[in-house]
Ligand binder design. Structure first.
Ligand SMILES: NC(=O)C1=CN([C@@H]2O[C@H](COP(=O)(O)OP(=O)(O)OC[C@H]3O[C@@H](n4cnc5c(N)ncnc54)[C@H](OP(=O)(O)O)[C@@H]3O)[C@@H](O)[C@H]2O)C=CC1
Ligand SMILES: O=C(O)CCCC(=O)O
Length: 481
């Protein structure tokens, strides 16, 4: 087991490192080896309630700080993350299997939300509205929403936390973070760095538990939490929304996707292959914006399939800590079973493997391309969340758009074409929150990330991100002569 000075086993509540009242712990394992990395505090609902109380108690003083004071704390935290980049990256690879190169990228990406929102804190302007009578003055200000909770997924152990707490902390909210039981160590490591950055006690809290459904109920039903931001599967998002009804909690839900990747016959095929590899195999296919369906126009179908299959066959699979590895393991057995089921179903319905198609040892699966995919296959309807790329065929632009939109999801979409008029037409017709045009990698802190339809609502990152952690207050001054 490698040493890592950032490993913490206890939860971080009210500026202290705490055990569960029951003293229980749960194990965190390395998906590449099955080895137990650490045992982490297993909190109960009652333990979490104490963290919420601490966050609420810390809110009045924290919201009263100036934007510049908050920005300075965030800047310290950002710098500490970058100082500890290598250790954070290795920890992330250990607990989620992501290849080291991508983990290093995630530290930069995750930290960028803290830097961005530290800057945005100073720009949360209000408005002065022209008054409807001479003796009034109408002003709008924005204020922190209150205590914010974040429930985050294992596929981005760092960035999905910072993308939520960045705007919250900038806006003057205190936070309670509930990381997934698969990857609590990165979350605890950045809590340690938040402590070193100087956030006052109770402002930043991280609760760990193996009982996410119980903790989820507390975070939804406790009226002290005013805002809940979640990234994860659509079914869990729906549960959280139902549970939040009793407190009319403000929600941001960033849920599953079923991203289409359309290659038109006027596309640069080499560029399309490169974009498809980037988007499909990022984090071994385990991101909500990963390509799920590749749609290729008749005339270029064979050429694309051949070049793409060749590129996929060349991907190096292995332990993410080994240099040169491009594709790591699936996160767990459930994830692996889903991949196997999708491939079996596709083969039974007439798909053909051009490369891959087999499970390897442990949680590894060969990067796979399935030709002749059709809309009746499971993989066309559900996100595979793994290294399998089904390639569909279409004839006309209208058919491509119709196929692309034929899903309840609406997160990311991509297409390749050199025709400018078509680029505008198709981009506008795609029912998705995000569109990559001749580009397979669209995520950045400066642009709004989020979906429509059953991919959820709310936007993260960008100048829009803070609005989801602020309330608008209208003030009407009367009696002004
Ligand atoms: N949009 C996205 O980015 C993601 C999408 N997914 C999709 O979901 C599928 C399943 O992955 P999975 O990890 O099970 O995703 P989940 O949606 O189950 O997990 C995401 C987060 O929600 C927590 N959680 C799970 N159930 C509840 C609940 N009832 N109340 C409150 N919190 C809860 C998890 O905690 P814990 O892990 O401790 O149970 C984790 O922190 C994937 O195959 C993929 O299709 C998954 C992850 C991210
Ligand atoms: O998969 C996800 O949960 C979304 C993160 C991906 C990204 O930010 O690009």
């Amino acid at each position: 087991m490698e040493q890592n000075s950032l490993i913490r086993n206890e939860a971080y509540v009210n500026g202290r490192w705490v055990k569960a009242t029951s003293n229980k712990t749960f194990d965190v394992t390395n998906p590449a080896t099955g080895e137990v990395i650490a045992s982490v505090t297993d909190m109960s609902r009652e333990d979490v309630r104490q963290a919420i109380d601490a966050a609420e108690a810390a809110w009045p003083a924290y919201r009263a700080t100036t934007a510049k004071q908050r920005a300075n704390l965030m800047r310290n935290w950002f710098n500490l993350m970058l100082e500890h980049k290598e250790e954070l990256a290795r920890l992330m690879t250990l607990e989620c299997g992501k290849v080291l190169q991508e983990s290093r990228g995630e530290v930069d990406y995750g930290a960028s939300f803290i830097e961005w929102f530290a800057e945005e804190a100073k720009r949360s302007y209000g408005d002065v509205i022209p008054a409807f009578s001479r003796d009034r003055r109408l002003v709008v200000i924005k204020q922190s929403v209150g205590v914010a909770a974040a429930i985050t997924p294992w596929n981005f152990p760092l960035a999905m936390i910072t993308r939520k707490v960045g705007p919250a902390l900038a806006a003057g909210s205190t936070v309670v973070v509930k990381p997934p039981s698969e990857t609590p160590l990165t979350a605890l490591a950045i809590s340690y760095l938040a402590e070193k950055a100087g956030f006052p006690k109770g402002v930043y809290n991280t609760v760990t538990s193996s009982n996410s459904s119980d903790i989820g109920k507390e975070l939804c039903q406790n009226p002290k939490i005013r805002k809940l931001s979640f990234t994860g599967s659509t079914p869990v998002g729906k549960i959280l929304m139902e549970q939040s009804a009793s407190t009319l909690k403000k929600l941001s839900l960033e849920l599953g996707g079923n991203a289409p990747f359309i290659v038109f016959d006027d596309a640069d095929i080499a560029a399309a292959v490169k974009g498809a590899i980037l988007s499909k195999f990022r984090n071994n296919g385990q991101t909500c914006v990963c390509v799920n369906r590749i749609l290729v126009q008749d005339k270029v179908y064979d050429a694309f399939l051949e070049q793409f299959s060749e590129a996929v066959a060349a991907l190096k699979v292995g332990n993410g800590l080994d240099e040169g590895v491009q594709v790591g393991p699936l996160i767990n057995q459930k994830g692996l079973e889903k991949v196997k089921q999708h491939v079996e179903d596709a083969l039974a319905k007439g798909a053909r493997v051009t490369t891959g198609g087999k499970a390897l040892e442990g949680l590894f699966y060969q990067p796979t391309v399935l030709a002749d995919a059709t809309p009746d296959m499971l993989i066309a309807r559900e996100e595979v969340f793994g290294p399998v790329a089904p390639v569909f065929r279409f004839s006309t632009e209208q058919e491509a758009v119709q196929l692309a939109n034929d899903t309840e999801y609406g997160l990311a979409s991509y297409f390749y074409s050199k025709d400018v008029a078509r680029c505008w037409r198709v981009a506008e017709a795609l029912e998705y929150g995000m569109v990559g045009i001749n580009e397979g990698m669209i995520s950045t802190e400066v642009a709004p990330f989020g979906g429509i339809k059953e991919s959820g609502f709310g936007r993260e990152g960008s100048k829009y991100g803070m609005d989801y952690f602020m309330e608008i207050k209208y003030m009407c001054f009367g009696g002004i002569e």
